[in-house]
Design a protein around this ligand. Structure first.
Ligand code: EPZ
Length: 423
């Protein structure tokens, strides 16, 4: 296993390119199952989660080729499709459950392993399965697999109201509905930019979808979909993560490819904290030259609210703020595992259930810490940028799931950071 060494240092300066969004790519790739025509993605991120999704789709019979060092993914799934998504792949990545809707839509049946829980929560799939059942799927949980079968071989459109604006359920049902018989309306649909990106791609394939970015999606089923070439939208979570680097240790960094519209609520909180955020013709320029960071309160919500995937990173900044901030995690039941690690660095954090109260300290101290999940790993790196001395973050395989070239991107703006092997 590898670790990352970070030495706290002075202000950062320069530019960081933002990659394509992991969470867009992970829902776009299963769309290849909806068509027999070629589907190509450009601006794809080079991440281990993308390689896991590639492995899963290949196990189902899709052809998936990573071109140009993985920045282009060329796929096609013509001919016989295997409809069983095996546990040993699905358990590695929850997003594997996004093949359920496409398999049901294409083949009329599917056996998809339940992903099981992960570090941040139980991650049930009831909203996915209830929605598909309302579209005429008979779904039974047997030996850890969801066995699903569309009555009469084809799903039928209907009106579905989600109890919670689930991102994955919105993606699964939207993909399933593109080939259903009739019209599907999803009420209380999730509005994340990754879903808007999926809709743009499905529309390019010939799907009839209205309402992306709003809480109501209307999908008119068609008999078949064609191919498309689609550029993956910029990763708003990588973007927000790197915006916090100059915020936490000072300097001026331009995030290339970033747009404020992808994370307006986060940008508002950053400005409230005293950080300058301005859109340029190439991206977003973040400045913090001197001055204190103000403590701000944060509550995570579905888009367009403050993203849960930036909560851990924002907590790192609040550990260095003047005053006390309250962070409420409303999306996942166990997403404060970075807190004990930040406390090892001298942070003052009190966690009670889904609420973390952070009182800023004058100086974090470098320490050996452990990454527990993807977003916790980068929050520790951000803290290390501001800490006095050296921080060693172990178990960085978590990091590789969602961030490409972290060391190159941060050292490119002057951070003292390197990756070492623990062997
Ligand atoms: C997506 O997960 C993202 N993953 C997550 O990013 C992100 O944190 C999450 O959306 C929220 O924005 C991908 O896009 C691959 P949800 P997803 O369904 O679809 C509960 C990262 O760090 N729920 O909106 O699983 C669920 O337990 C990852 O990149 C049900 O109860 O999120 C959770 O508490 C982490 N029943 C909440 O809703 C269901 O059927 C949000 O889940 C589905 C979800």
């Amino acid at each position: 296993m590898d670790s990352i060494l970070v030495k706290g240092g002075g202000p950062l300066k320069g530019q960081i390119p933002i990659a394509g969004a992991k969470n867009a790519c992970l829902t776009l790739m299963p769309a290849t199952l909806l068509s027999e025509e070629p589907l190509t993605f450009t601006n794809a991120p080079r991440l281990s989660d993308i390689r896991t999704m590639t492995q899963l789709l290949q196990s189902l019979g899709a052809e998936v080729a990573a071109l140009q060092d993985g920045k282009v993914i060329a796929m096609s799934s013509h001919g016989k499709i295997n409809t069983r998504a095996e546990y040993d792949i699905v358990r590695k990545m929850r997003a594997s459950n996004l093949v359920l809707g496409p398999l049901l839509a294409r083949e009329g049946h599917a056996e998809v392993s339940l992903p099981g829980g992960c570090a941040i929560g139980a991650r049930p799939m009831d909203i996915h399965t209830d929605g598909l059942s309302q579209m005429g799927a008979e779904i039974e949980l047997r030996d850890g697999y969801l066995h699903a079968k569309a009555e009469g071989g084809r799903l039928r459109g209907t009106v579905i109201e989600f109890p919670f604006a689930s991102v994955g359920a919105t993606e699964n049902i939207t993909m399933a509905a593109t080939l259903a018989k009739g019209t599907t309306v999803i009420k209380n649909a999730a509005r994340e930019p990754e879903i808007t990106d999926l809709v743009h791609c499905l529309r390019a394939m010939g799907a009839q979808i209205e309402g992306e970015g709003t809480s109501t999606l209307t999908i008119e089923g068609v008999d078949r979909l064609g191919g498309a070439t689609h550029a993956v939208v910029a990763d708003r979570i990588e973007l927000g993560t790197y915006m916090l680097a100059p915020a936490i240790c000072g300097g001026e960094v331009e995030l290339l490819g970033g747009r404020i519209s992808l994370l307006q609520a986060f940008c508002d909180k950053l400005e409230e904290a005293g950080v300058s955020v301005a859109e340029t013709d190439k991206g977003i320029l973040v400045k913090r030259n001197g001055g204190d960071i103000n403590a701000v309160d944060v509550t995570t919500e579905p888009f367009p609210g403050f993203p849960t995937d930036l909560q851990a990173q924002m907590m790192a900044l609040m550990c260095t703020a003047k005053g006390t901030s309250v962070l409420e995690e409303k999306i996942f039941e166990n997403r404060f595992m970075h807190a004990p690690e930040l406390i090892r660095m001298g942070a003052d954090i009190d966690v009670q259930g889904g609420t973390a109260t952070v009182t800023g300290v004058s100086q974090l101290k470098g320490a050996p810490v452990m990454a527990t999940d993807l977003r916790a790993s980068v929050s520790l790196i951000l803290a290390g940028l501001a800490a006095e001395g050296e921080t060693r973050v172990s178990r960085v395989y978590h990091l590789d799931r969602g961030y490409e070239h972290v060391v190159r991107k941060l050292s490119g703006v002057g951070a003292q950071i390197e990756r070492i092997s623990d062997e």
